[in-house]
Design a protein around this ligand. Sequence first.
Ligand code: EPZ
Length: 417
Amino acid sequence: MDQILVRGGVPLRGRVVVRGAKNSALPLMAAAIVSQEPCVLHNVPCLHDIFSMDKILSSMGMRIDFTGQSMTLDPTALNSSEASYELVRKMRASFFVLGALLARFGKAKVSLPGGCAIGERPVDIHLKGLASLGIEIRIEDGYVVAQGKLRGANVGLDFPSVGATENLMMAAAMADGVTRLNNVAREPEIVDLAEFLNAMGAQISGAGTDLITIVGVPELKGAVHEVIPDRIEAGTFLIAGLATRGDVTVAKANAGHLESFLDKLREMGATVEARGSDIRATAPNGLVAKDVSTQPYPGFPTDLQAQMMVLMCISQGTSVIRESVFENRFMQVAELRRMGADIDVQGSTAVVRGVSGLSGAPVMASDLRASAALVIAGLIASKGETRIARVYHIDRGYERIEERLASLGADIKRRRE
Ligand code: EPZ
C-alpha cells in the first residue's frame, strides 16, 4: 500500500485547478441508467470512486468510455438490474443506482452498503421514500430486493439525506404522476443532478430548496452535462494554504457553493477574495480559533470538518467543533494528538486548543476527509517527517494530491509499496 511522505513548514503558494465534484459525478453516472440514449459528462475527476462506479455500471451492461475528463455512458445495452455486494461494499455511493434501476426496469436487487469508518450510515430514508412511491421492498441476504410500478406521491424525508434525495429524484423522474419530496437535501450536487435529469427531459423543479416537485415522464433521452467543481477539494486546498501561512488560489471553483465555509475563514481573520471562478485565501498574521458546527447544506459542510480542525489546532485560542451529521467523524483526532495537537473529544463535540506548531509522525489514514486532514497536518509540521499509510483512502477523493500540493511548493512525495 502506498505511503505519502511530507516534510512540513513550507508556505504553499500558487494556483491549483479544482477538479469536478466526486459527489456530483457519482450520482450523475448512476442517472445515465434512466436514459434511452448515450450521455456525456465533462469535467469528471479521475478518482478511485469514479472507477468503482464505472465497474458497477459496466457489470450491468452500461458501456462507458472515460477519456481525459470526459465520460460517455451508453445505456442502450443495459441488461441487469443487480448490483453485487462485492462491488457495492467498496463504495457506498453505489447504492445510488437503486432509484435509477427502478425507474428503468421496475425492479432492482442492490446490496445493502455496509457501514464505514464515519458511521453506520443506514439507508432507511431511501427505502421509506421508495415505498411511498409504490415500491415493494424486501431485505434478503443483505440485499435490497425491490420491485413495483413507480407512482407519484408526497414524500417527507426524516432527515435531508443527500443520497436519499438523489435516489428518490431518479426514481420519481419516471413515476406516474407528480411527486413532492419534502425536507430534501439542498446541496449543489442535488441541483447538478436535477439539471442533468431535466436536460434528459425530466420535469424537476425546486432543487436547492427543501421542496422538490417532479412531474413523471415516460421516457428520458441522452444529454451532455458538465460536472460542477468539487467544493470540498477547493476548501481542502484553501485550508492547506492558510495552515502553512501561504498564499493559495483555487481556480475553476465556485465560491457560491462554499459560503458558510468562506464566512468562517473570514471570521477567523483570513482575507478571502473570490474573483470569477478563482478563490484566494491568505492570513499572514495567523488565525483566531472559532467554533464550528457541521450542518446539512447550506450550513458548514461535514466534509470539511476534519480539515478545519487541523486549522484550529494552530490558530490562536480554543474552538469547539460539533459534528452533527455523522456519528463518528473524529477519526483524525487520535492521529493529530500524536503530532502534538491539543484536542479533547466528548461524544460529537471536540474542544481544540491552539498550539504553536505540530511535529511530524507516522500516522494512519482512516476515512477520506480525515486522511486529507493528516496531509494538511504534515504540511504544517516543521519538525520531522510525516508518513501517512493507507493512502488509498485519499485517492478515493483527491486526484494525485501529492503532485498538486508539490506544485504549490510542498515537500511531499508518494512512496509506492
Ligand atoms: C453524501 O453521503 C456524501 N457522499 C458524503 O461525502 C457527505 O458527507 C454526505 O452526503 C453529507 O453531506 C456522496 O455524495 C457520495 P447522507 P450520504 O445520506 O448521501 C444519515 C465524502 O467524504 N442517514 O446525507 O451517504 C446518515 O447516517 C463523503 O465525500 C440515515 O440515517 O450522506 C448520516 O448520519 C462522506 N438514513 C446523515 O443521515 C438514511 O437513509 C447524512 O447522510 C440516509 C442517511
